[in-house]
Design a protein around this ligand. Structure first.
Ligand SMILES: [Zn+2]
Length: 117
């Protein structure tokens, strides 16, 4: 199952101590067998420096709160940067490659415009 870790609004102003890329407008994706496992991974990696953890189905109506989307993913115990959409031809976009296939004509949606907070 996939879980999404969110970050407090202070990390819009100050760098997150574990990963400066963490931001309240984005989430960290953790794959785990259940939410308890995901939560203990979050605690072991981030201490208390995170806000909430959500199941994938809980996020369906909430993605608009996180306009940067999934910015990072936990692979093993490594936090990896999720590539940004490049716009243009989806076949040339590393992020589109990781998502379910787009319908014809395969245009990458590009990155959402994030209003400065
Ligand atoms: Zn793309």
């Amino acid at each position: 199952m996939k879980f999404y870790v969110t970050f407090g609004v202070q990390y819009a102003r100050e760098p997150h101590p574990v990963n400066a890329g963490f931001h309240p407008d984005g989430v960290l994706e953790i794959g785990a067998k259940d939410i308890e496992t995901a939560r203990s991974l979050a605690f072991s990696l981030l201490g208390r420096k995170w806000s909430m953890i959500h199941r994938e189905d809980e996020m369906e109506d909430s993605w608009h709160f996180y306009p940067r989307g999934i910015t990072h993913r936990l692979e093993g115990l490594q936090i990896v940067l999720v590539p940004k959409h490049t716009g243009g031809n989806a076949e040339d976009c590393a992020r589109c490659d990781q998502l379910p296939p787009l319908p014809y004509p395969w245009i990458c949606p590009g990155e959402p415009v994030v209003e400065p907070s």
